[in-house]
Design a protein around this ligand. Structure first.
Ligand code: ZN
Ligand code: FE
Length: 263
């Protein structure tokens, strides 16, 4: 089997992911915020759409779903808990459910916080994590519907995946995230290297994704709220009290990011 993951830029700074199996000429799409972008890519590659999967109900991730479903007769899979928000959802999925495409088996991981039912999909056969707006490179989603106490365990669940996991997230926010992360942790070599890499890629007009999860574990401040050395750095900046719950430290980091920027 030869699988390919294509990154389709859409809207202002969204990414839609097209996973295709050339052997059978079929594709699966992740978070199609714009149907036209997907149809154009399918036509160019001579692929037929077999499946639509959504991470959460925000318009920039689902707006193209209904039209694509109609055009190709493809089912829409999305979070069971957000069934009422996503029109024409064919199947609602929850923690531990499996989503099949060709010979791939995507594991559903509940990652609540950004929205109340947000989910991510991990496909071990291609080492791909579709993290939506839960985990970004060097950042994480804003807490729109959930709390820090919900979001922290969600991020820990993603952090538990293997280091060689490729992270395909919903937005191109890496450079902006790097700016904030560097205000906290400017001497972190992993962060500095990733920030430089992101700047170089954006200069060439290329996506900074997928991110490498192993690098994110070392560089993304939102995955490090329980890292003792990092907590000491945060404590000096008034962003953490040593010995408190990592979820609370994560919450104070997220609040500091909200004050810093719009993402
Ligand atoms: Zn969102
Ligand atoms: Fe989004």
């Amino acid at each position: 089997m030869s699988f390919k993951i294509e990154i389709l830029p859409a809207l202002a700074d969204n990414y839609i992911y097209l996973v295709s199996d050339a052997d059978i000429g079929l594709a699966m799409v992740v978070d199609p915020g714009d149907a036209n972008v997907v149809m154009k890519a399918l036509n160019a590659k001579d692929l037929y759409l077999a499946l639509i999967i959504n991470t959460h109900h925000h318009r920039d991730h689902i707006d193209g779903s209904a039209r694509l479903a109609k055009e190709y007769g493809a089912p829409i899979i999305g979070p069971e808990k957000e069934k009422s928000y996503i029109s024409d959802l064919s199947r609602g999925v929850k923690q531990g459910d499996i989503v099949s495409f060709s010979t791939l088996h995507g594991q559903v991981i509940e990652t609540h916080g950004h929205t109340s039912g947000h989910i991510a999909y991990y496909f071990p056969e291609i080492k791909a994590l579709f993290s939506g707006d839960a985990l970004f490179s060097l950042g994480c989603g804003r807490l729109f519907e959930g709390t820090a106490a919900e979001m922290w365990p969600s991020l820990v669940a993603l952090r538990n995946l293997p280091d060689d996991t490729k992270v395909y997230c919903g937005h191109e926010y890496t450079e902006a995230n790097a700016k904030f992360a560097l205000t906290l942790d400017k001497d972190n070599p992993h962060l500095k290297a990733r920030a430089a890499e992101a700047t170089a890629l954006r200069k060439q007009g290329l996506p900074t994704l997928p991110a490498n999860l192993g690098v994110e574990k070392l560089a993304n401040p939102f995955l490090r709220a329980d890292d003792e050395a990092f907590q000491h750095i945060l404590a000096k900046k008034g962003l953490a009290t040593i010995g408190t719950d990592p979820a609370a430290i994560f919450g104070s980091l997220r609040a500091a990011k909200d004050r810093f920027s719009e993402n």
